[in-house]
Design a protein around this ligand. Sequence first.
Ligand code: ZN
Length: 303
Amino acid sequence: MATPLPADRLVAALRAEGVTVVEHPGWRTHHRNHAGAWGPVTGVMIHHTVSSGTASSIELCFNGYEGLPGPLCHGVIAKDGTVHLVGNGRANHAGGGDPSVLQAVITETYGDRPPAPRVHQGSPGAVDGNSRFYGFECVNLGNGTDPWPAAQLDAIERVSAALCRAHGWGAKSVIGHLEWSDWKSDPKGFGMPVLRDRVQTRLGKDPAKATPGTTKPAPPRLQPFPGSSFFRKETSSPVITAMGRRLVAEGCSAYAVGPGPRWSEADRLSYAKWQRKLGFRGSDADGIPGAASWSALKVPYTK
Ligand SMILES: [Zn+2]
């Protein structure tokens, strides 16, 4: 059980895992916290929308419908793999579910699947899932034949891994709605045990690397994070030049000339732009590199 991630940290965790994130207007203050608890959280729940079309699915999940006000999840995962954030806090996605499933997720003690749920929203003994799970709605008709594109499955894997990594969970903290409530069938069209295998494999690697199913040559070696103190000293290093070139490539340049090897105020201002692009704010976006933003920047190894 863990404290839910604040919005900035959620965005940064997703982007560091290689997720393409779109912040839907108003999502940061959109929640159901007035209707019940949000947190402590224990896992991630995957759903399908029973809808088609990205824009209309986002609207549905942001606004909800009569009898079920939005947000209906935290993020909508489109068919192209883009993740649109629509809620930040308690969301109407999980409903009531099986306490034995909750326990199995908390302890991560089950085999391929958690125990089959025997309860649903409103049944005696059902426990509140909306306080315990992040929810992601995947755009799919849910009829078993609507395809799940590779990019969408890849995004589901990355979103799940990002939250597990941020909270120190294993892949058994990721379940489908059908594993929570005996009334539910989502997600339909792929197996949660297979998804959990993919998430667990990803958790064993550095974030934002290796797209499954591709056989590209090994990626170029990356410069390890040299530590924040490296940048607080009067420093001249080819690592600074390599960093600056990556900042320029990411559209985060504050350079009038350069970049060059000597750490400068232009480097700091450029790096602060990068931190804000990742979703960091305040002192987390002071322009002094930290481990997470450095890893996401993918600075080529120089020496
Ligand atoms: Zn669902």
